[in-house]
Design a protein around this ligand. Structure first.
Ligand code: UT7
Length: 326
């Protein structure tokens, strides 16, 4: 990973602001999720535009021009349009043409899935420099009323980007990635409409019932998130003959501060070895890990040679982990 970057919209939405739109409170949100505020995009802001800003920061850190990028991977569950993929719009925003642009649809695990694809591309020598972005605009798809309060207080908007580049240094780079999914639980955390199986894809009735908003069985998701993220980290450590005590920094997907803390306890890690920023950004889905990574780099939390671990869980269900020698 030769460059990291992030971008979050300027507008800060506090818990107190949300309590003006729905029956909730700052105390409830902080206690149950750890979230204090999140960023919500203003009218006209696009995922491709936010992804461009994060990508430019990552490319600058890497000392590269956009033209050095050989392939683009973009993870999102909130694409700017049904099609084409947001990666195509990002390619255009970066002034690039011809190189492949692929959207990854693995929700909160999208960045880890994308990292696995990028790593494989680089390893087999297909592409030398890969731009990997996680980006979401959740705010335009939330039910900002008491009916949707369990979901809408959790999510935020933002983008994070990483530039990956081939290296001959055997002591540096992605050690391994580990991916999983369990479609049996697809509807426990999902967005039902629009649906191509529905004629038409959205109906007045579905809109009235709010079935175009995301929904989840929160406690089930919580339980699975703690178990699966912890298992995925153990799996990655086992595959590399390492122990939890070898981890210098764990960046868990930022779904809920309580989930991160439970994973931390299960792995026996001290607080200083886990990076959390959900307090300021909420859950930005595919963007949580790359935003956190970019912030961790800027805060000096990673030194050359450190063992970085990423872990994610989300809708699908999907989950996974990655170990990186920084
Ligand atoms: O990225 C992966 C996706 N998401 C997650 O990983 C989220 C996983 N789940 C969670 O983080 C938690 O389940 C939540 C934060 C969503 C909810 O916390 P909880 O401790 O599981 O609360 P709950 O769902 O059991 O709800 C407790 C009460 C309920 O009221 P009653 O039935 O006890 O009267 C809810 O209606 O809290 C109520 N409630 C709220 N109250 C104030 C639900 N949402 C809110 C709210 N404000 N925003």
């Amino acid at each position: 990973m030769v460059g990291t970057g992030f971008y979050v919209p300027e507008r800060v939405v506090t818990n107190d602001e949300l309590s003006r739109y729905m029956d909730t409170s700052d105390a409830w949100i902080r206690e149950r999720s750890g979230i204090e505020e999140r960023r919500w995009a203003s009218e006209g802001t696009t995922c491709a535009g936010m992804a461009r800003r994060a990508s430019e920061m990552a490319l600058t850190e890497a000392g590269l021009r956009p033209g050095a990028v050989d392939a683009i991977l973009l993870a999102t569950l909130s694409p700017d349009h049904a099609f084409p993929g947001t990666s195509a719009f990002l390619q255009r925003e970066l002034g690039l043409t011809g190189i492949p642009a692929l959207d990854v649809r693995a929700q909160c695990t999208g960045f880890v899935y994308g990292l696995s694809v990028a790593d494989a591309w680089v390893r087999v020598g297909q592409y030398r420099t890969v731009l990997l972005v996680g980006v979401e605009i959740q705010s335009t798809g939330l039910d900002v009323s008491t009916r949707g309060r369990d979901m809408s207080v959790l999510f935020g908007d933002g983008a994070g980007a990483v530039v990956l580049q081939a290296t001959e240094d055997p002591d540096r780079g992605v050690l391994s990635t580990h991916l999983h999914a369990e479609g049996q639980n697809a509807e426990i955390l999902w967005c039902e409409f629009e649906s191509s199986a529905s004629h038409p894809r959205i109906s007045r009735e579905a809109l009235d019932e709010g079935r175009h908003y995301p929904s989840m069985v929160g406690k089930e998701v919580f339980r699975h998130a703690v178990a699966r993220m912890s298992e995925a980290v153990e799996e990655a450590l086992g595959a590399n003959g390492l122990a939890a005590s070898d981890i210098d920094l764990l960046i868990p997907h930022q779904a809920n501060l309580r989930i991160s803390q439970m994973v931390q306890r299960r792995l026996g890690l001290t607080e200083g070895r886990v990076f959390n920023n959900i307090q300021r950004y909420g859950n930005t889905t595919a963007a949580t890990i790359p935003i956190a990574l970019a912030e961790a780099v800027r805060e000096g939390r990673l030194e050359r040679g450190d063992l970085l671990c990423l872990a994610a869980f989300g809708s699908g269900f999907t989950w996974g982990s990655a170990l990186i020698r920084w």
